[in-house]
Design a protein around this ligand. Structure first.
Ligand SMILES: C[S@@+](CC[C@H](N)C(=O)[O-])C[C@H]1O[C@@H](n2cnc3c(N)ncnc32)[C@H](O)[C@@H]1O
Length: 221
């Protein structure tokens, strides 16, 4: 099935709210676990950049796993940043996180020695995937840990509908619609490998980790 891109920003208030309120406990709990499996024994203590953070659920989970890290989390949707900051105000102990509104690649990412760059479910939103890889290349230094998790495009629309029913069957319609559109907009592992080759990020590994997720990870050379 050909890729069908979706809207980049999730700025619609109802859409952002339903995403922020969705039950992502199972897939989001896995994100820092997968990070720990890829980078055994690593304790993040420095600056971390989170690209396309949305309402911050994955960001908060990283902050809780790595309490000594300092996370800069960026999203282009004002509504998502508002929801992330609202949650932060309600959970002041949630860690050292700065949420910043900014459309990537135009956003002015402060130059710093980022120990890690993470990104969850952002790549498939981009109409031009090099936006993510080139942003990572610009922000990373030698030794920066890179960890991206994203959806995998199914073979057919019928398979996509099946995944929506399996994992989102009881969620509101708006969330089911977004998940379906996201699956159609996602990249295959082969496409991601070609993107990394084009970007000159061949040190990164691409691995499927579930029937709908892939991770792209490694250490910047
Ligand atoms: C599916 S959400 C993922 C949010 C979060 N990382 C997570 O895993 O739950 C994708 C996010 O990427 C943001 N986004 C899409 N294109 C963007 C761009 N060009 N610059 C910044 N943010 C963008 C959207 O606004 C949305 O909040």
């Amino acid at each position: 099935m050909e890729r069908i891109p979706e809207e980049e920003l999730m700025n619609d208030a109802a859409q952002a709210r339903s995403y922020a309120e969705a039950d992502f406990e199972e897939p989001h709990k896995r994100v820092p676990e997968l990070f720990a499996e890829c980078f055994k024994g690593i304790e993040l203590r420095g600056k971390v950049l989170d690209l396309g953070c949305g309402p911050g659920d994955v960001t908060f989970r990283f902050a809780s796993c790595f309490p000594n890290s300092e996370i800069l989390a960026i999203d282009g949707a004002a509504e998502m940043i508002r929801l992330a900051q609202k949650r932060q105000a309600a959970e002041p102990e949630a860690g050292n996180i700065t949420f910043m509104e900014g459309i990537i690649p135009a956003a002015l990412i402060p130059p710093a020695r980022y120990e890690a760059i993470i990104s969850s479910s952002f790549l498939h939103h981009l109409h031009e995937p090099q936006v993510l890889w080139q942003t990572i290349k610009r922000a990373a230094r030698e030794g920066t840990i890179i960890f991206v998790i994203d959806l995998l495009r199914p073979d057919t629309k019928k398979d996509a509908s099946g995944l929506v029913e399996l994992y989102c069957g009881t969620e509101p319609e708006i969330l089911k619609r977004d998940f379906y559109n996201s699956l159609l907009a996602a990249f295959t592992q082969e496409e991601v490998r070609a993107q990394l080759k084009e970007a000159g990020l061949m040190e990164l590994n691409v691995k499927a980790v579930s029937d709908r997720h892939q991770i792209i990870y490694g250490i910047k050379k």
